[in-house]
Design a binder for this molecule. Structure first.
Ligand code: NAP
Length: 303
């Protein structure tokens, strides 16, 4: 595990890592096109006008095109019915130009998220949320892995090398971050604990962790002295808080200023995990395309 280092050495620059990964993906997409005449296609579906979701969707579409893939954007209005959305998902399942489907969450309350996720062809489920992919991940099979935990794992392995034997705590147990993160760390032979809102003495649990993943959505819940000296801290949280002066700003689930004094490595918010999520979406779309065409994904892995 890393020793506490100087401040610059402590930072994990997810933005720079994601930019490098996107470059390597673009290169592999070009190779795939040259060798097989294939262009991966990613369809993103947005229901309603949620401003944050609109920003994410625009950013996903732009980065998809920059990677040399085809971006399909579908917008339904906030009053769309579940049947309309299911119909669209079924059409995308059948569309051979579409290799990956992502339905932007959250959905309006008249639409059951589970029903929509289950309707997506698991081979095109680049968000990794279909129960089949969740099951494969837990059984150690060839799953589509949710993008955010996949990005966290890449940052950790890049900084720490093999994670075998490390004591890891995942704070949060959502299907999209906490649970798949714990599965990925288990597959890397970490000793994994999962904490949540009913955990007793969260601070003590955190202090034991050599790897601490915070994915709770509570601004600066994890205080500096909860961090074990030298620990690697990955902050998934994205929380908008009042910055005074009538403005807002983003902070993570970790008190970054205090935690960085003790951590061996730590991701900032913004500029840590966030950029990795979209890069991993592109990665999943590339590997889904290969698998759907019977091409070993390893031949076009960006490394
Ligand atoms: P979520 O579905 O709301 O899950 C939050 C988890 O945190 C739950 O398991 C909850 O416990 C736990 N929790 C809440 N308050 C807690 C507390 N005071 N003490 C201990 N545990 C507590 O959230 P999510 O979708 O996993 O997202 C988590 C955060 O990551 C959010 O800030 C979200 O915006 C961010 N996020 C970022 C990215 C990215 O790309 N950077 C991607 C996805 C999510 P219970 O299960 O007991 O309720």
């Amino acid at each position: 595990m890393p020793e506490a280092a100087n401040e610059t050495g402590v930072l994990i620059d997810g933005k720079a890592f994601a930019a490098g990964l996107r470059d390597r993906i673009r290169h592999q997409v070009a190779r795939l096109h040259e060798a097989h005449g294939l262009t991966p296609g990613l369809a993103v579906v947005l229901v309603g006008e949620d401003p944050a979701s609109q920003v994410y969707v625009r950013s996903k579409a732009r980065q998809t095109r920059e990677a040399g893939m085809t971006s399909f954007e579908h917008r339904l209005d906030a009053g769309a019915t579940e049947e309309e959305l299911l119909g669209l998902v079924r059409r995308l399942n059948e569309d051979s130009r579409v290799n990956g489907i992502l339905v932007q969450l959250p959905l309006p309350e008249q639409i059951r998220g589970d029903a929509v996720i289950e309707a997506i062809d698991p081979a095109k489920d680049v968000d990794g949320l279909h129960p089949r992919n969740a099951g494969l991940l837990s059984n150690g099979g060839p799953a589509m892995v949710p993008c955010t935990p996949l990005g966290c794992l890449m940052l950790l392995k890049d900084r720490l090398g093999p994670l075998k034997g490390a004591r890891a705590l995942v704070l949060g147990r959502s299907n999209i971050v906490g649970k798949p993160m714990a599965q990925l760390l288990l597959a890397e032979h970490c000793t994994v604990s999962i904490a949540h809102s009913r955990t007793r003495d969260l601070a003590e649990e955190c202090r034991r962790a050599e790897i601490l993943i915070a994915a709770v959505g509570r601004p600066r819940l994890v205080q500096g002295d909860w961090v074990r000296p030298g620990a690697a801290v990955i902050d998934v949280g994205v929380n908008r808080i009042d910055a005074g002066n009538g403005k807002t700003r983003l902070v993570g689930d970790v008190d970054f200023e205090e935690a960085k004094k003790r951590a061996g490595a730590i991701t900032p918010v913004p500029g840590g995990v966030g950029p990795m999520t979209i890069a991993c979406l592109l990665l999943n779309t590339l590997s889904a395309t290969c698998r759907q065409k019977g091409i070993p994904a390893a031949e076009f892995a960006p490394g």
